[in-house]
Design a protein around this ligand. Sequence first.
Ligand code: ADP
Ligand code: MG
Length: 695
Amino acid sequence: MKNKMQEQRESLPIFPFKQDLIAAIREYQILVVVGDTGSGKTTQLPQYILEGIPNAIVAVTQPRRIAAISAAYRVAEETGTKIGDLVGYSIRFEKVASKNTKLQFLTDGTLLRTCTTDPLISQFNCIMLDESHERSLDTDVLFGLLKRACKQRPELKVIIMSATLDIEKFQDFFDAPVFSVPGRMFEVDVLWQKTIKFQTLKTTFVQRCVETVMHIHKTEEPGDVLVFLTGQQEIERCAKNILDLHKELNYNLVRHRDSVKDMVVYPIYSSLETLQQKAIFEKTPKGVRKIVLATNIAQTSVTVPGIRYVVDCGFVKQKMYDHKTHMDALLVVPISQAAATQRAGRAGRTENGKVYRLYCKEAFQEMSPTTVPEIQRSSLLGTILYLLKIGIKDVLNFDFIDAPDPELVQTGLKQLFYLGAVDKENRLTHLGKIMSDFPVSPFLSRCLISSSQDFQCSDEMCTIVALLSVEDFYIQPRSEKDQALAEEKRQEFYDSSGDHVTFLNIYNAWRDSGYSQDWCRDNFFHYRALNVAKNIRSQLLSAMKQHKLEIYSLTHKQKIPPSCRQPILKSLCSGFYMNTVKKQKGKTVFYPYIASLEGQSTLLFLSPQSSLTKIDQDRLDWVIFNDVQFVTRPNMRITSRIDFEMVKVLFGRVDIKHHKMEEEFQTIREVIDPMHNEEHGLRNEVHSNQVERPV
Ligand code: ADP
Ligand code: MG
């Protein structure tokens, strides 16, 4: 007798094509498979291959970590095996697989990193690039690398999986046939706002989502609701407001009160717990309406069954290269028309549905038709480092499906030069080779190396880098009372130099508590995030040892004494000196140093979460930051105070063009000008062990 899961599998649109798909994969080396979201590409096709292709060792890539983990769990369950046995996963810092594993879900970044030591990816003989339509940066690079690998490995099978029909690009690039799995789409009614444009919507969309959900709940027939929002914070806020309003709701006034009596709200964002609630995928009990609040992940990588209504806020949080700071920033931007169509489609999978677009028709017409591929809007620093490591010297002429902006390649190379990872001829240096072996950004790997070679604080730096590699570990309590309590508790860890040393104090206090879960709860930190950091820390320590980078510890004290700050900050500067900013006197704005030198007037602000907001603002002068997040203005996240002396020598080492400066940079000029005169002297200060320089 067939069980329920078997029935579910056989009811998927892809099932009737099982034999044809296997035959096509046998016949062609590269195959493009297109099918609507939910048709069974991710969970079924890899299983068909295991059944139909002898000795297949399969890798399936996903642009998102939680999609990789969640798919692996689902397929393990469907095959009746334990995770890590037949089916496993591998994401940065975490691998669950064994010698029995024949199917691995990986993030595209993890597979790309594998390529740096094994460019032909010889450990797999079948590679499936899933969610190809998303055109994530790492997937795009893998396209080119796999095309190369196919020429050298005739037995290798490559399958490009995509959710949209816009596949001519893939077809042309790979010169491969397309196998299309017909979907079943029902009609979706589109409801527009009359006048609302994106500008107004940007500050109000969370509240409008709340109102729309309540409107649907009160007036529409039974059926679940999927709301597209931009991120965790917006989702949490929306969930809270919906639940508050729901408590006050008088069901006597609800139009469908006999059939809809209650609601449940599920958030889905980048944390795994949100996807591991089984109930999300189960049929909603009669009389209950399920409200799913999701990020873009629900657009194509996760399918929630039973959705009849979609609320589309019109925005997405997207990585965008910032030409002024030369870094990626996260921005909330309007989605593309293609994305809007995908979102709407989620309402018509099982019956006719409706999409509530929170913007007007004219706004839709102003959207760009498709989303710009990530490779054309991201910092390419890490990508270039990997390509150089693989041996691709001429990055600009690499076989890209869409070429990156040459200027971004140039900037990436320049930044790698600033970090000492490449020489003036853009050749990878010894230092660059070591940097590329660390599974963190080149900025962070530079800090790690420097902390061992130059400043003898590598133990501390491994902790800081680990904490910078996990999601936010501060719990933001909902009630004001708890907020005040959290603030008070955290006071104890605060270091006046800023966030980096504060992070270290937090970690050390947690360590001394015996890595206690209760301690995390009492002090309002996410236990899971700190635990991940602990694991990352030990992996970083072993990576350091592998490269014979000594581990030094400055202190065993729980709280870092002021005398130990300098080496830590100096190590941080080796990686982040390009992110040096100077505060304008009397104001709360900061000027990026390099951008100012280049004559650009760009302003940055302290993030409200930064511990530097707690000190007398007049005492702030030079600061380095980790990254920029753009909410309503560009905020520097994770910041520390430094002395200009710490970065002066680093700036002196590289050839930063000293452009003419505008009048408004007077304050900065005062500091910079003396440097011009000392330039020659500064060069001589370079310590030979800091950066490998061309002779
Ligand atoms: P595609 O990759 O083509 O979008 P999937 O293989 O991801 O399709 O999904 C096929 C079906 O399996 C969908 O109906 C989806 O709801 C279901 N499914 C996927 N993951 C899970 C899960 N973790 N739990 C329950 N059902 C799931
Ligand atoms: Mg999928």
